[in-house]
Design a protein around this ligand. Sequence first.
Ligand SMILES: [Fe+2]
Ligand SMILES: [Fe+2]
Length: 373
Amino acid sequence: MTVTDPHAIDVNDPDRILEIAKSNVDPDEVLHAVKDNADALFTWDYGKGQREALDKLYEKAKRSQWNGSTDLDWSVEVDLDNYQPLTDPFETAYFYENRDSPCYGMSDEKRHEVDIESFRWSLSQFMHGEQGALLCTAKIVETVPWIDAKYYAATQVVDEARHVEVFSRYTSEKLGGAYPINPHLRLLLDDIINDSRWDMTYLGMQIMVEGLALAAFGLVHSTTQEPLLKQMLRYVMADEARHVAFGVLSLQEVYDGMSSAEIRERQEFAFDAALRMRDRLMRQEVWERVGVDQRGMVSHLLAMPWEMKEFQRLLFAKIVPNCRKLGLLDAGDGWLRDRFTDIGVIEYEHHEDTTEEYVSFDLVEGDDAPLAS
Ligand SMILES: [Fe+2]
Ligand SMILES: [Fe+2]
């Protein structure tokens, strides 16, 4: 990954964010190739259960499979004209009641269009992120040296295929089609796949991308009244909680043996991923679609005080405690703690980490044996 030095760039420069957006690919592109620089590793050590927590997770994953075609009720109709997606009340006020906002004075009809397009856009990015997870986890099957992790990661590949399938079906059948991948998300996924170090796939995908996804799914799941989406997210979250736990359990062992210079590289990688994920939340594509000035909206969003960005902060509620559990917050001179403090998310450091929390997402009743950590 091209590590961003937060002191060398202006993280709040709207032109930097819009410039990256322009790097988007040809909208008619169907295939996107990324160089995968890692070695595929065979192991001749087939001893199952050497890593007890990973083995438990693997056994649990095999018991928790579901079928997106038959376990979800696809007959549910979604009426977009009368649908009210989740909106952030602080953001709504900031967009529509603020004279500096390009959305100031917008009609109710147009506001509804913004809400629906934002919803369609979010679900589309979930779908693209799921495909990123599918490819990254297939890569982990190849690159991780431990048999217990290869077994577990193989179950995650199936999980992610199912997630891509259900988000794709939902956006095409219920929302009238998907948005292309957001360029910030695409660059992040490219960087994760591109990196030759196998633990970086875990850090980028299982900790950062999936950590944010788990928080985002939770937010939508707890508020949506749309029964199909609610059911779908409940199933997906049960899988995602295992995936994030897999990342934390695997990386704990790897980081224990690393030098401080190596840990610093991981801290910078984590922050760079966090910044890309924050930038993608500016949703430039939506502003373009609804005919609102993109630069004006990106600048307006960047100027929004962090304490008002309740939803954006909540999205980091899983990432920060998991980074703490991995020792990434305070390693060295506390570099990552300072960065997370700068962007206003350090408040989540003492939330439950996912190795403890994941059992609460279980679908299988009584199947709540805690993982060793
Ligand atoms: Fe997933
Ligand atoms: Fe996942």
